[in-house]
Design a protein around this ligand. Sequence first.
Ligand code: F0G
Length: 454
Amino acid sequence: MKTIIEPFRIKAVEPIRMTTRKERREKLAAANHNVFTLASDDVLIDLLTDSGTGAMSSEQWAAIMRGDESYAGSPSFERFQAAIRNLMPFDHIIPTHQGRAAEAILFSILGGPGKNFPSNTHFDTTRGNIEAGGARGHDLLIDEGKDPANLHPFKGNMDLEKLENYLQEHGDSVPCVMLTITNNAGGGQPVSLENIHAVAEIAHAHGRPFIIDGCRFAENAWFIKQREKGQQDRSIPDIVRDCFSVADGMTMSAKKDAFANIGGWLALNDPELAELARARLIQTEGFPTYGGLAGRDLDAIAQGLTEIVDEDYLRYRIRTNEYIIERLDSLGIPVVKPAGGHAVFIDAKALLPHIPPLEYPGYSVAAALYEIGGIRCAEIGSVMFGRQPDGSEKPAMMELVRMAIPRRTYTQSHADYIIECFAELAAKKDSLRGYRITWEPKLMRHFTCKFEPL
Ligand code: F0G
């Protein structure tokens, strides 16, 4: 059959409150035109993030009941640890309340002034945790990964020559080499198995540990199976094990590829580092057999990890993105290609060339989508990155709009609805106008700043 159906049926539903266009216009004005400050009840299709927004399965809800809330030595932890080790064979598994807590612990041990951390692209919270301790993070992505239209199959790859030069230049100031799979900030683009192995080899040749930020590891493995030569006959768990077998540790947000609403972990092989991490964990998160989580969360994650590597699920998951991208493409909407794992990215600079970067074309797309169809998505452009530490403002490298797709939450008709909204947006794109910021906080302005349409 050609039609790829959602490989699940629906047992519990969460009604969407329908709104009129007039209502949405008023809501947006009342929110000072910032979609982040809208109440989620006023949103029809929420594509702000794929993090913690997925639907749990009936087996995960059953696991929630199975959860054991003992302070120490809970069997929920045993199941959590076994499910992780089945895919990622690390010696020490340290539960945390989400991904950034794992990062905070890792960089509190490895980071500090004068230290340097390379990655393909650090996610915002990773960079934030590195910089908070006085260290610096550097992104060594291949050039193809920076071009929205380039069709390279692994646009999340690290540039190996740059890594080699980086390690020679920075020497002992590099406590570890990192790699984010998939590369969220670059459009959910995957990293090839070959690149993962090569990065590990270079890091180890320089005596540096190799740590993977594995938030979307299953989507990455699916792309390896689909796009990398010689990988087609392997199972997804087998590919996942291969990716992590060359690493010395990982950070993880279970809110992504573990189907949980909360959770994460730090995994390490080095016993001395793990001991330091556990000491820090007890101070900031909790006892080592629950971290920052309830026993029931540990069980939901353990079950989620058995479901995320299912090929029927991954085929449907990635096909949803491809389906939306193909149709947006035929409407003439510039999108980041090829399809990434968790999100569809719109190139707002190419779509709205009449709006200068500092009148925020990405924001104009986000606001128009909300007004047209109640869709909420995030600008990843000059609103997010434009304000410089010295107070000046400069355009971001790209003006993107991210539509992150929550896991197992929306159906094909929601996808068709999104496409229909874009058809209207395409028809009136020349009449869209830019925005002006009337108020902003000192840091992270995109969450709370106030806008005025121009
Ligand atoms: N690493 C990557 C690649 C991420 O995408 C995220 C979160 C984190 C680390 C941090 O994990 O949220 O559990 O603390 N990304 C979310 C997003 C927030 O919307 O892309 P966390």
